[in-house]
Write a protein that binds this ligand. Structure first.
Ligand code: SF4
Length: 378
């Protein structure tokens, strides 16, 4: 999504405003697809229970398989122009479904389908959870919003992707499907490097076959020198996901992960920005878990001033998580939060576009890029 560079007319601003509103509302209420289009997956880390669509000039992940989507007022209808997005029967716009990538039809020599090693996120991001297990995945300790263990239980992925497997799949996805950047995330395998060393090994191997920008995502490692190790391996950006800036919410939603305090995260942000640069470090901030919004916005502002992009997303009540029957935050709440975070980003001179790789760059799980565009059009 390109920020508006010229002086936007009232009509352009109204159209951006309407698109941003529908997007927030769609993320909240989901979409009934009535069996149309392709793709979608259940379980796993990152976006799941959803599907990728082209929405105006942005790619978005819209919930299609979770509880709210089943009763959504939004639906898809096949029309002469393509797939029409309808709200309570009224046509809003034409949507393009992102096609199933060609690399999904391939398998390694020992018969592992490529899409058990990495999947397409959005329209052009190749994403993999390199270690699909997590020391926190126990009934008592697991993060309540996370579904990382489910895709493993369902057999839709492999527990540990080798660096060689990842390089093989990335080469094919780049050649066959034109992917533009790579996101490597990991469950937490230990409480020392927290997966950073394995991520570095994966990036090193990928660099033998691809120059595409790579984001790595992990908990803050105990040794700050590991940021440089990741950078030297060839990573371009890093995601250090705080999940919430409200300590009470963190304790309630992440009984184990919240032992890593906010102060440790802020220290990690500083160290990581010193290595990767401003706008090349991001953090996931999930809204709708009962957080104090002022505390949350203060956290976003503090992170942004350090050069960290706060990637704000609504809670997605994913099937199989402990929050699967929770309602997502209201559209009005999210719109207000997005507006304020977009203003914070502008003040800190951070943007989705300015990020080289990963979630902040992709933006498909959030309406924040749409609000950045609105903010730029003021
Ligand atoms: S924003 Fe991140 S998690 Fe969501 S589709 Fe894009 S790369 Fe995947």
């Amino acid at each position: 999504m390109n920020p508006i560079k010229h002086h936007a007319s009232q009509e352009e601003r109204d159209s951006l405003q309407a698109e941003a509103h529908w997007l927030v509302d769609l993320h909240n209420k989901g979409l009934r697809t009535e069996g149309l289009g392709s793709g979608g997956r259940r379980g796993g880390a990152g976006p799941s229970d959803d599907r990728a669509f082209r929405f105006g000039d942005q790619t978005v992940m819209l919930p299609t398989l979770n509880n709210p989507a089943e009763h959504s007022p939004y639906s898809l209808v096949q029309s002469d122009a393509g797939l029409s997005l309808k709200y309570e029967g009224k046509t809003l716009m034409v949507l393009d479904s992102v096609a199933r990538p060609k690399f999904y039809d391939l398998a390694t020599e020992d018969g592992i389908p490529y899409n058990k090693i990495a999947v397409l996120h959005g329209a052009d991001v190749l994403a993999s959870t390199v270690i699909q297990s997590c020391i926190r995945w126990t009934p008592k300790d697991r993060c309540k919003f996370c579904a990382i263990g489910h895709s493993l239980e369902q057999g839709s992925t492999v527990a540990r992707k080798t660096p060689e497997q990842l390089a093989e799949v990335i080469q094919a996805a780049e050649e066959l499907d034109g992917i533009k950047h790579i996101t490597l995330t990991t469950g937490t395998p230990n409480e020392t490097d927290r997966g950073a060393l394995y991520l570095a090994a994966c990036v090193r191997e990928i660099r033998k076959v691809s120059r595409l920008p790579i984001q790595v995502q992990c908990e803050p490692p105990d040794d700050h020198r590991l940021y440089q190790v990741l950078k030297d391996a060839g990573a371009d950006t890093i995601g250090l996901h705080v999940e919430s800036f409200d300590e009470e919410v963190r304790r309630r939603m992440m009984p184990s992960k919240s032992e890593i305090s906010l102060e440790i995260y802020f220290e990690a942000f500083e160290k990581a920005v010193a290595v990767f640069g401003r706008n090349q470090v991001s953090t996931y901030v999930i809204l709708g878990m009962g957080e104090n919004i002022e505390t949350t916005l203060e956290g976003c502002q503090r992170a942004a001033r350090l050069g960290v992009y706060p990637f704000v997303v609504p809670l997605r009540p994913l099937s199989g998580t402990l929050l699967e029957h929770t309602s997502p935050p209201s559209t009005a709440y999210m719109e207000e939060a997005y507006r304020k975070v977009a203003a914070i980003l502008k003040e800190a001179e951070l943007s989705s576009e300015g990020s080289s790789a990963g979630c902040a760059k992709c933006g498909a799980c959030s309406a924040l890029p749409a609000f950045e565009k609105l903010e730029a059009a003021r």
